[in-house]
Ligand binder design. Sequence first.
Ligand SMILES: [Zn+2]
Length: 162
Amino acid sequence: MTLPVCPLCPQGVGRGSKDAEASRTTLCQTDAGTVLWRNDFCRVVLADEPDYPGFLRVILNAHVKEMTDLSAADQSTLMRVVFATEAALVEVMQPDKINLASLGNVVPHLHWHVIPRFADDPHFPNPVWGQKTLHGKRHAAPDLMQLATALSRRLAPETESP
Ligand SMILES: [Zn+2]
């Protein structure tokens, strides 16, 4: 039985299969996307969502499925990064709302979506995965350097491994 390669695992879950090494390169390029911040525990990545500039994902480095599979300390560490990401987006983009979501139905590897929302964006007030509205518009992309700096400033104490 071959395990599917997890697109969020730097090492891939399918390691051991012949394809693992090849997948790793391809999937890392796709999924690592633009990494705005990272440490040994997790990473903050810019999602490739054209309708949603500033859509970030906080991805745990280890292949873990549920929050409750983590120790209490690791749960807190991960959420501190999620909240720092939210705060950085609020500072840089001043959205009307931040949406936090952890689904993992398609990719069962812990990751949080941190999505800046605007009252006139393409789906508001629906979730970004819901029904598009007719009047929504795409917002300007944030300055990635500014975003990365805002993240680093908040996460500086986290750069030591948890
Ligand atoms: Zn994984």
